[in-house]
Design a protein around this ligand. Sequence first.
Ligand code: NAP
Length: 331
Amino acid sequence: MKRALITGITGQDGRYLSQLLAGKGYQVFGLIRGQANPKSQLVLDENPACELIDGDLRDLSSLIAAMEQVQPDEVYNLGAISFVQLSFRQAELTAEITGLGVLRMLEAVRIVGGVTNNPIRFYQASSSEMFGKVRETPQNERTPFHPRSPYGVAKVFGHDMTVNYREAYGLHASSGILFNHESPRRGMEFYTRKVTTSLARIKLGLQEHISLGNLGFSRDWGYAGDYVEAMWMMLQQDEPDDYVIATGETHTGREFLDIASRIAGFDEWESFVSHDSRFERPAEVDLLMGDAGKAATVLGWRPKVSFEDLVRMMYEADMAAEQDQLDSGRR
Ligand code: NAP
């Protein structure tokens, strides 16, 4: 039975990956921070066989202890401060967790068993935000980075460290440069989920307005369930490498809102959406569109869920959850 350790197991991707690996027969371990993390139970409800281990990406000794206890075959480093807007307000903490946290994980892997006969395989959750002010479109593994946020800068550090540990110490360390991926499990603070939840609540009369920032940004949006499969595929390769994971399509924030509103049954959204500059970034990433040609050729990975189906999935899940709360009298 293969053993996998996931950091960030309480996050969107961690929850999908935990279930994917359990379905493939892995024994899954998740790093959990804090004394009484409220999301622990959620992880156990979805994957009862999962074992949770205390640890924090700010604390190297806890990562080494987790690595020694689990003796994993594969490590997926998904833990991060992942919300770009927050990274502007808490830049130092973002550098500490999203950036230095990667170095600590690489050190823990190297110390505990990165270069043995059966080395630990390491996955780093890199991001299209590293491309930032893009130098070319679409972006691929050779496109230069120009991050536009403390989050993007920290991810570039983590990515470069992953490549460095691969080259310097021979670690089986791969970096997935994933473009935006969403799902009904996306955090409420993210644009897509904020739109779908708010529309469901407006439809049910529980909310009147949505305040949003700039709608003109363009993103390459895929489905998180498809993307965690790519993470696993990367670690099944004989040689570690870097891969862009994307759909190859780009859509604006306005298009997401248009489609979600239509799915929700509204003729227009202008009457209930207002602009609020507090939701804008000090430096925006205008256009992201990935070229996942290498992942298709080498890994055989392709996205399965279309943009419209993703928006529909998110809206319908939010509507069902809100309706359920109403019916059970919890409102
Ligand atoms: P997410 O939902 O925000 O989850 C982040 C996870 O990191 C949570 O489980 C959180 O745990 C954990 N974490 C935060 N601080 C930590 C610390 N000090 N020590 C240990 N764990 C800590 O993120 P996601 O969407 O699943 O994304 C997974 C990874 O992929 C992240 O690294 C993200 O930056 C990257 N990524 C995401 C996307 C995307 O579109 N989703 C695209 C490219 C890259 P708590 O529950 O304790 O807060």
